[in-house]
Design a protein around this ligand. Structure first.
Ligand code: GRF
Length: 265
């Protein structure tokens, strides 16, 4: 069994970008999928968006059913549900996911509210050093994997569950969202970009989550665009860096909008 799994994980196909030159993305989620929908909307609105979603996999069909119906019926994206508790083991569960990703020629994985830590074997198959995938040929990518995640706090603060509530309870004045490469830890991978969300005096957990999600929806599509356009670079110490013009579009334009919308308490 183990050797079968190993060969499965080791056998990631090297598809390169598809005929249309777009990065082929697989989404893993466990929730309602508002980030997925925001991304789908962007892809629909912008014909030249450099990535496309080729499959979506949930481990919680009860929560994700509505969004999966939308993306499969209206957009023809392949969707799948895998019940963790019907799999013999965690390895089996991730082997099933891996099979689907390979079947759909996925090149890059975006976690969007996926509630499980990824096992070593899976991470290895999607790591730049561990496989021969197209992103591995890119300059500067030695530090990264082909998997990113979005988290609702300014990491390294508040990793794990209930991040907005913990930020609110702690008394910090700003929180936000972080997009990072995925490693074995809980929300500990290399940070790519962060969006700042001020905490208002009258915020409740629900109002704060709502504003953090707005930021998430904005930033995730931008970061995926930068990845697909190969615009993420790394410093010698392995930190992700964006060029100045990109930093401006991340850190100035959107916080200005936040200032207008949210700072007037
Ligand atoms: C997001 O807040 C994301 O940061 C976290 O899970 C949530 C998923 O929300 N990892 P949705 O399912 O995209 O609405």
């Amino acid at each position: 069994m183990l050797s079968k799994l190993r060969s499965l994980f080791g056998n990631v196909s090297v598809s390169g970008k598809g005929m249309d030159g777009k990065l082929r993305i697989g989404i893993l989620l466990s929730g309602k999928g508002s980030n997925l929908l925001a991304l789908v909307n962007e892809i629909l609105l912008e014909k030249n968006y450099p990535a496309k979603i080729v499959c979506v996999i949930t481990d919680n069909i009860n929560e994700s059913k509505e969004v999966l119906d939308i993306v499969s019926n209206r957009l023809n994206i392949h969707t799948y549900s895998i019940d963790y508790y019907k799999c013999n083991s965690k390895e089996h569960f991730f082997a099933e996911i891996q099979q689907l990703l390979i079947k759909n020629d996925v090149e890059f994985i975006c976690l969007a509210g996926f509630m499980r830590l990824l096992p070593k074997s899976f991470l290895k198959a999607w790591s730049i050093n561990g496989s021969d995938r197209c992103l591995a040929t890119r300059r500067n990518w030695l530090f990264a994997s082909s998997i990113i995640n979005i988290h609702p706090s300014l990491l390294p603060l508040f990793p794990g569950l209930h991040a907005p509530k913990r930020a609110l309870d702690s008394g910090v004045k700003f929180t936000g969202c972080t997009i990072h490469f995925v490693n074995e830890g809980m929300d500990t991978g290399i940070i790519i970009a962060q969006g700042i969300v001020p905490i208002k005096k009258r915020d409740t957990e629900a109002t704060l989550i709502e504003r953090i999600q707005k930021a998430e929806h904005y930033y995730y599509k931008q970061v995926i665009r930068l990845i697909a356009e190969d615009k993420i670079l790394f410093s010698d110490t392995g930190k992700a860096i964006l060029e100045d013009n990109l930093i401006h579009s991340f850190n100035i334009v959107y916080p200005n909008k936040i200032t207008q919308l949210d700072m007037e308490i």
